[in-house]
Design a protein around this ligand. Sequence first.
Ligand SMILES: Cc1cc2nc3c(=O)[nH]c(=O)nc-3n(C[C@H](O)[C@H](O)[C@H](O)COP(=O)(O)OP(=O)(O)OC[C@H]3O[C@@H](n4cnc5c(N)ncnc54)[C@H](O)[C@@H]3O)c2cc1C
Length: 427
Amino acid sequence: MQNDPRSHGLWELTAPPASETHALAGSVEADVVVVGGGFTGFSAALHLAERGSRVVLLEGKEIGFGGSGRNVGLVNAGMWTMPDELPGVLGQLYGDRLLDLLGNAPKLVFELVEKHAINCEINPAGTLHCAVGRSGLEELETRAEQWARRGAPVTLLDAAETARRVGTDAYAGALLDMRAGTIQPLAYVRGLAKAAIAAGVQVHTASPVVGAERTGKRWTVKTDRGSVSADWVIVATNAYTVAPWAEVRAELVHLPYFNFATKPLSPELQRKILPGREGAWDTAEILSSFRFDKLGRLVFGSVGALRGTGAAIHKAWARRSLKKLFPEIDGVEFEAEWYGMIGMTVDNLPRFHRLAENVIGFSGYNGRGIAPGTVFGKVLARHIAGEIVEGDLPLPVTEPMAQSFRPIREGYYEVGAQLAHLVQARI
Ligand SMILES: Cc1cc2nc3c(=O)[nH]c(=O)nc-3n(C[C@H](O)[C@H](O)[C@H](O)COP(=O)(O)OP(=O)(O)OC[C@H]3O[C@@H](n4cnc5c(N)ncnc54)[C@H](O)[C@@H]3O)c2cc1C
């Protein structure tokens, strides 16, 4: 993708090809124009087209170019925030509504994959949130109790059971969440795009939106070579926003995150490491994540950008850490490496914005975007179709709030991750 092996890495190597699309040229009429071709944009477009709307989707680069084609592929339920904290931040009504929606969001992903026969290595085997030390275990005990009280199928595993499921005794325990699973993310977003096109959505790639104008009751959204006139605009550009809705990007601090994929491991190693094929990550402050792909490549990631000095530092760290976690993986060889930018909000919660009359979007998923992006896209479609009134949306309307010292904080994350990985060889 974009001739850069460090943008979409393994996912680009193994995803089915994207549907053929072209840049927008000339003027087009629609009911809704969706800007951004990731999980949010394609889910919104698909669900709108299924409700009879004429939809045009404009993507600046390629399908899945942003976070949707670069992530780890953990289809998680809920946010980072502890369940009981949400009502405190959002109020009881929105807190409960968001928890309910996001707790069930993986189900929508699994249903869409089945309904549209999307070939994306889906595996609803659950996820393991692994405890680093006593404090990590205490955090998971709290999380387990709060989710269990809400009826979620989560189980706190002791150290012995965690070691059996993960294949290392590095962890003090783990939280098994059976609502969750893993996916090949670029294959999933390409599959959503294919389903949207089949439902009648007109998709244009290499078509960055450069401006938008209100003409009477309609919007005219412009690219370099064309324009779309529509009643509604969905802004689904999130952490990869390029103008004109720059305020969506200004609200987010970019946290870089990388992944390395090994060559397929031997059948013996695959029986020892994550034999149940759950997706896994840990409670460390600079967290690590690991999961298998369909062919038995272990995908191992953490915070950092694979550019400049970071490329060598993070690779050396990944080798050392994998060896420490799983000493049996001797002389690990990586087949792919890539990274992307996670959009973080100040309180780790997503946002719903009305950027102008009939210009709406969700953003700020804080590294939890596969299931939330899918479900928020459907919510946008239902709202525009008149099935959900604004007061019943899962989040209140808020103004985008630019984060202060954003470039400094982004630099701090990137350099801080390098320093941490220089000195640390995991646990
Ligand atoms: C490295 C990494 C690991 C992650 N791991 C996970 C994980 O394991 N599980 C999980 O749930 N989430 C994860 N996430 C988060 C998740 O990937 C994102 O939250 C999600 O992809 C956001 O989807 P989206 O559709 O809202 O935005 P995106 O996928 O970022 O799509 C936005 C699109 O808008 C386009 N665009 C921008 N400006 C314009 C414009 N002016 N005109 C036209 N198009 C434009 C961009 O090119 C881009 O394709 C991870 C993210 C990263 C980066």
